[in-house]
Design a protein around this ligand. Structure first.
Ligand SMILES: [Zn+2]
Length: 179
């Protein structure tokens, strides 16, 4: 069983002294239930005596894809796996990956908190990852609106291009260690 500090779920009760605070040991899982995309937990906050469901106020509130897959896609992007390969590993096409990432980008701040905890990355790297995703998505939307669909593989650009395009010191960022 996972320890309480690993849930990554802040208390959603605005009246709670631990409202939106992560990993303070106040949250414990007391039950589970099933939804379309898998198992969800019921959490209990011992600071305010409130229960709440995992889907409520979480990063991927209404994304009908297992959150683990999206987080995995983000992590792979950070370690320079291309969109095509990410899609291959996760069993979806790269347009789907891009759609997930675009949705995730709208909650970038919350997701950064998760990723910074899980990976040896910096906020600079994360910022660049989000701008890469937004740029790719804009290109994709443009291509979809145009006469032709983009060819497969066209979106398969990893962090290499991202770094060389954005960072003034590509060697300093985008090189996560111990990954
Ligand atoms: Zn609470």
């Amino acid at each position: 069983m996972r320890k309480p500090k690993e849930w990554g779920q802040p208390c959603p009760n605005p009246d709670c002294s631990h409202y939106r605070l992560m990993n303070r040991g106040n949250i414990s899982a007391i039950s589970t239930y099933m939804i379309q995309s898998g198992k969800r937990r019921i959490f209990y906050c011992n600071k305010c005596d409130h229960c709440f469901a995992e889907t409520r106020d979480t990063v991927f509130f209404d994304l009908r894809t297992p959150e683990d897959k999206v987080m995995m896609a983000l992590k792979m992007l950070l370690v320079k796996v291309g969109l095509t390969d990410i899609g291959f590993v996760l069993g979806v096409n790269e347009e789907t990956v891009l759609m997930w990432l675009d949705r995730a980008a709208q909650k970038a701040h919350e997701i950064n908190t998760h990723l910074l905890r899980d990976l040896p990355v910096t906020e600079v790297q994360l910022d660049e990852m989000w701008s890469f995703i937004k740029r790719k998505h804009a290109q994709q939307a443009e291509a979809d609106g145009g006469k032709q669909r983009p060819e497969r593989g066209r979106a398969a650009v990893g962090m290499d291009q991202l770094c060389s395009g954005v960072s003034p010191h590509p060697g300093d960022v985008c090189r996560p260690e111990n990954v």
